[in-house]
Write a protein that binds this ligand. Sequence first.
Ligand SMILES: [Zn+2]
Length: 158
Amino acid sequence: MFRIGFGNDIHRLIAGQPLIIGGVPIESELGADGHSDADVLLHALTDALLGALALGDIGTHFPNNDDRWHNAESSVFLRYALGLIKSRGYVVANVDSTVSLEKTKLRLYVDAMRENISNVLELEITQVSVKAKTSEKLDAVGEGLAVRAEAIVLLSQA
Ligand SMILES: [Zn+2]
């Protein structure tokens, strides 16, 4: 009847790259390094959706040595995972997530991220939670070297 899935992701922050989180461009000196658009939140969400039905992970479906996914918009991955879930007779009940970034305050961007994710997952915005925090100057995120996201999703049988 119900399935639960969890995903997390981390990307190194480097100069000369855009920072896109939850499909929203973030004003930041540093951007996320990665093969696709390096959207840490959409990657964690994709893993959560795949994990809920034990369908592997984002790397098995979208290998990062495949040129098709170079600079790809990560909404493509999330939409694909949603398609797999729907094809197995499930819908997303709700999503919760946390993004950790030290220097740039994400609070102003959170509602735009929720809106974007709810559009991709065909949900109401009230079914999508995005929380933003820092790492209190601890660990790689706290030192400003990385951005991290964690996501959890509940699926119910359609
Ligand atoms: Zn990633």
